[in-house]
Design a protein around this ligand. Structure first.
Ligand code: RB5
Length: 147
């Protein structure tokens, strides 16, 4: 996964900037959809903007961050084609790639520290989807969008 879109709200600006630096060090091409200041803003705007880029194929994956990661992940998951996983540990980050083929990662800047967040990013980006029986389950998840 090379092209990564990132987004955050005011609660997560510092962590998002650390994630961007880390992604660039990894050689990723990063698109930052904002927010760009610590002025209070609304996380759905940035969850949507990042998710749209992934859904449209403009990015291989997305990383979105708010205070808890909850609001921005719920917002991203409203966009058709998105499987955004909120992760606060390495096991979840690995499993959501292996089993759910998550195409977006959400994290909570008020929940985890920077060191763990960057490890979660690496695990998420480095873990491939297992396929096999999980293909069917992912397809069933996505079929719910059309019901
Ligand atoms: C903003 O104060 C906070 O509500 C937001 O960052 C996030 O935690 C929402 O889920």
């Amino acid at each position: 996964m090379k092209k990564i879109v990132v987004g955050c709200d005011h609660a997560a600006l510092q962590l998002k900037n650390a994630v961007i630096r880390h992604l660039e060090e990894r050689g990723c091409e990063v698109t930052d959809v904002g927010t760009y200041t610590e002025d209070s803003c609304d996380y759905p705007d940035y969850g949507y903007a990042a998710a749209k880029k992934v859904a449209d194929g403009d990015a291989d994956a997305g990383i979105v961050i708010c205070g808890t990661g909850i609001g921005i992940s719920i917002s991203a998951n409203k966009v058709k084609g998105i499987r955004c996983a909120l992760c606060g540990d390495l096991f979840s980050a690995e499993m959501t790639r292996r089993h759910n083929d998550a195409n977006m990662l959400a994290m909570g800047a008020r929940v985890i520290d920077e060191k763990l967040a960057l490890q979660i990013v690496d695990t998420f980006l480095d873990t491939p989807f297992e396929g096999g029986r999980h293909e069917r389950r992912v397809r069933k998840m996505m079929d719910i969008e059309n019901k």
